[in-house]
Design a protein around this ligand. Structure first.
Ligand code: NAP
Length: 349
């Protein structure tokens, strides 16, 4: 297969760096363009970036010049890790100019004709691309988004329960890592020895996005799932890995053992077997009562699996459990790459 060339919008940020790191040896995609703000444009990538990954900057990207985010790049499609203050217009301009845009930013997530995609959870939503192209007069380009980082962890754990038992309501409390705020993010004086019980607009995203992701496509319309979600997000002094405590009221009651079995057995199907970023298992169920923990579990299956633990009876609702998601891999760049692999497989790239 001919390798597809890729541009990274927002290549210097936390998510952009993950794209650069994760795509270094990708068998299907090669980075040919990196873009950021006017502050970085014109510099060599290695000079502009404040590199915070645990592996060196890939040789093939170190010397690439940073471009400004104009839709005149030498690449087949773009990933976006742009700051939300600018992502909306820039991504739309790229899509209109003929580039498929696979974005981590919130701006287009809830648009009715834009897939909010987690490839191994709601692959059928890819069909919205055709509707979007028709609606917006796009020829080659289109917009695909991936969800908020905590939402990806939550919805991955909810999907098998939703399919098997139905869901009436969900309560979730998240404990989110500092890398989720980008770089430099929250100051050390504010987060060390501390928990901050507020992350701007985060509760709303976690409450609304799962309903779109678990929605069903009928004719040309996406009908949202209809259960209620109540979320409260906290910033905690962890570098990578968002943890969530979840309480669920099911439509059809199930024991913790039955729930653990459907979580453990979840598989998106044989279509996915050959995708390079597809984890061995989408969900891992931890047996030990003190897991998952960010430091011990975030990198399992290269950061692409969600670990669920403490699946037990809830005395008020039906079930409670804890999930852990690597926020910049499964929760951001890794899922965007898996989405792109599925798009390529389905003929969209
Ligand atoms: P970040 O570290 O602050 O990086 C933002 C990027 O946007 C940088 O490359 C920056 O370039 C670029 N940028 C800023 N202003 C710009 C402008 N006016 N024109 C062009 N480029 C501009 O943020 P992040 O954490 O990587 O997040 C990126 C996006 O992904 C956000 O929308 C965020 O909500 C979303 N997201 C983040 C996570 C996470 O865990 N961090 C997870 C899921 C989704 P310069 O370096 O030149 O300023």
């Amino acid at each position: 297969m001919k390798k597809r060339t890729v541009g990274i919008l927002g290549a210097t940020g936390s998510v952009g760096q993950r794209f650069v790191q994760l795509l270094a040896d990708h068998p299907w995609f090669t980075i040919t363009a990196v873009c950021a703000s006017e502050r970085s444009a014109g510099k060599r990538y290695a000079d502009a970036v404040s590199w915070k990954q645990a592996t060196p900057i890939p040789e093939a990207v170190r010397d690439l010049p940073i471009s400004s985010c104009e839709p005149e790049l030498n690449c087949d499609f773009v990933f976006s890790g742009l700051d939300a203050s600018v992502a909306g217009e820039i991504e739309e301009a790229f899509a209109a100019a003929g580039y498929p845009v696979i974005s981590n930013s919130k701006n287009h997530r809830m648009a009715p004709d834009v897939p909010l995609l987690v490839a191994d959870i709601n692959p059928e939503h890819i069909a919205l691309i055709d509707i979007q192209k028709k609606n917006r007069g796009f020829t080659k380009g289109y917009l695909v988004t991936n969800p908020n980082c905590s939402t990806i962890g939550l919805v991955t754990a909810l999907k098998p329960l939703y399919d098997a038992f139905g869901i009436e309501s969900v309560f979730v409390v998240t404990m989110q890592a500092v890398s989720g705020a980008g770089y430099p993010g929250i100051s050390s004086m504010d987060i060390l020895d501390n928990v901050v019980p507020y992350i701007g607009n985060e509760d709303d995203k976690i409450e609304s996005e799962p309903l779109k992701i678990l929605g069903s496509l009928t004719d040309e319309t996406l009908v949202f799932a209809s259960f209620g979600v109540s979320a409260t997000a906290n910033r905690v002094p962890v570098v990578d890995g968002h943890t969530g405590s979840v309480f669920v009221k099911l439509k059809k009651p199930a024991s913790p053992e039955e729930a653990a079995t459907v979580l453990r057995d979840y598989s998106p199907g044989s279509d996915f077997a050959g995708l390079p970023f597809m984890p061995e298992r989408t969900i891992l169920v931890a047996d030990s009562p003190d897991r998952p923990q960010p430091r011990l579990d975030r990198d399992v299956h290269r950061g692409m699996s969600v670990t669920v633990g403490r699946v037990r009876k809830c005395p008020q609702l039906d079930l409670r459990f804890t999930f852990l998601v690597h926020n910049t891999i499964r929760g951001a760049a890794g899922t965007a790459i898996l989405n792109a692999e599925l798009l390529l497989l389905k003929g969209y790239l």
